[in-house]
Design a protein around this ligand. Structure first.
Ligand code: FES
Length: 158
């Protein structure tokens, strides 16, 4: 059973403003890691917004997830400018290092690998995003070095 105190606090913090639902869901996901049915139901109750509407928002935006994912979500851009600058080689190396295919999570729960659409940073392509941090001018070696740092950080905080 999830502790729902934090979701109540998040909604209450926004209750005095006309905050779009998207900000509430963003904060809830940041706190809990993903938007479970229990959490969405609680947001619906706290905001008096129909659950169907909340579920619609939570499943529409690619940055929201309704399933448990890794502590670090690695999002690789593979749109044309990144592709031209070598994103496939970077992605292949990331897959090899993590032992993952797209949309999979490592058994230790540290990493989930996903695609992202263009992040608007084509000038520094190829680009990947790990949670809220963006990394550009990637090479396969640089990407793995960054992931190794996250792995050490993740294991140290486990
Ligand atoms: S195409 Fe990758 S950041 Fe724009």
């Amino acid at each position: 059973m999830q502790d729902l105190k934090k979701v109540d606090e998040i909604v209450k913090n926004y209750s005095m403003t006309k905050t779009p639902l998207i900000y509430i869901l963003k904060d809830v996901q940041k706190e809990y890691g993903f938007l479970s049915e229990t959490l969405l139901t609680r947001v619906a109750k706290m905001t008096n917004i129909p659950l169907s509407e909340i579920y619609g928002v939570a499943t529409f935006y690619s940055l929201f997830t309704t399933e448990a994912k890794g502590k670090y979500i690695v999002r690789c851009c593979n749109n044309a400018p990144c592709h031209v600058k070598g994103s496939k080689a970077v992605l292949d190396k990331i897959k090899e290092y993590l032992g993952l295919e797209m949309n999979e999570t490592t058994p230790d729960g540290l990493f989930t690998l996903e695609f992202t659409s263009c992040l608007g940073l084509c000038a520094v392509a190829p680009v990947m995003m790990i949670n809220d941090e963006v990394y550009g001018n990637l090479t396969p070696e640089k990407a793995v070095s960054i992931l190794k740092d996250y792995k050490m950080k993740g294991l140290a905080n486990a």
